[in-house]
Design a protein around this ligand. Structure first.
Ligand SMILES: [Zn+2]
Length: 270
């Protein structure tokens, strides 16, 4: 399992890599968003060199506000163009996966309309993604894309599409955390994880681990149950790096404890 952090899109990417390397992060979750990390502006060869120098991996993240299901066709096509450009940039820095945030901002339309438009966008991206060697994955979002059934509406029709599970989001606007039901249904499609804490309800607080109501141990158990051993981004948004190092250490410790317990459980069960 590898632990990473996300660059702040207001700041220069190379400066962000420097502090992540200092904290011993295994990879960077590179979000391509203006003003500091615009897809049309980043120096991908310098980023690649810096990542190689620090022996860090990279996962691709795109702007959460792209209108990929917009009711106005030309606006949706503009989102496709931006996402194609992001695929180019991610292949240049060596990323193998790029995330997408399914859209829902289509007032006066039924759910089926924006599901279909999201699928149009994903299908239009697939060839370009294949050519660049970068896979596509969707992130669960509070509200419309936060249960196994809701995510199945996108994952079902596109077998190539991966799942990007955001464990903090799975705790929001739901009667109970949906991590387990999502992983039971779609765990074999899991490609990347975001982890942060909050207090349930509507506020996406991106708190340090252990400071809200997300059950870290249970989440780690669910990840290990589906044999996940990949990238986990600590999406803890704080100006004080101590919270990030605390979260990193807590995750590593919990991960190792759960791992050690699992064979014992299996023996009892079997
Ligand atoms: Zn996230």
């Amino acid at each position: 399992m590898q632990i990473g952090a996300m660059n702040h899109p207001e700041r220069k990417v190379l400066d962000e890599i420097a502090w992540m390397a200092e904290l011993g992060m295994d990879f960077m979750d590179l979000t391509l968003e203006p003003p500091g990390a615009a897809s049309w502006d980043v120096d991908t060869s310098a980023i690649r060199r810096a990542l190689e120098r620090h022996k860090m991996g990279v996962v691709g993240h795109t702007a959460w506000y792209l209108p990929m299901a917009n009711a106005i066709p030309e606006i949706r096509e503009a989102a496709v163009m931006e996402l194609c450009r992001c695929l180019d940039r991610f292949s240049e820095v060596g990323a193998r996966w790029m995330n997408l945030h399914p859209d829902r901002h289509t007032p006066w339309h039924p759910r089926q309309f924006y599901i279909e438009r999201n699928l149009d966008t994903i299908r239009e991206l697939l060839d370009h993604a294949n050519e660049r060697g970068v896979g596509l994955m969707i992130e669960n979002l509070p509200g419309d894309y936060n249960s196994a059934a809701q995510l199945g509406e996108l994952l079902g029709p596109v077998p190539e599409l991966g799942l990007h599970l955001d464990i903090g989001h799975a705790n929001l606007q739901v009667p109970q955390n949906t991590v387990e039901e999502i992983l039971e249904a779609h765990g074999r499609r899991l490609r990347h994880v975001h982890l942060h804490d909050n207090k349930g309800g509507h506020a996406d607080l991106h708190l340090p681990l252990g400071t809200g109501t997300v059950d870290l141990r249970r989440s780690v158990e669910a990840l290990q149950k589906c044999a996940y051993d990949g990238t986990i981004t600590l999406e803890v948004f704080t100006p004080d790096p101590h919270y990030l190092t605390y979260s990193r250490d807590l995750l590593r410790r919990t991960w190792n404890e759960v791992k050690q317990q699992t064979p014992a459980f299996a023996q009892v069960g079997g």
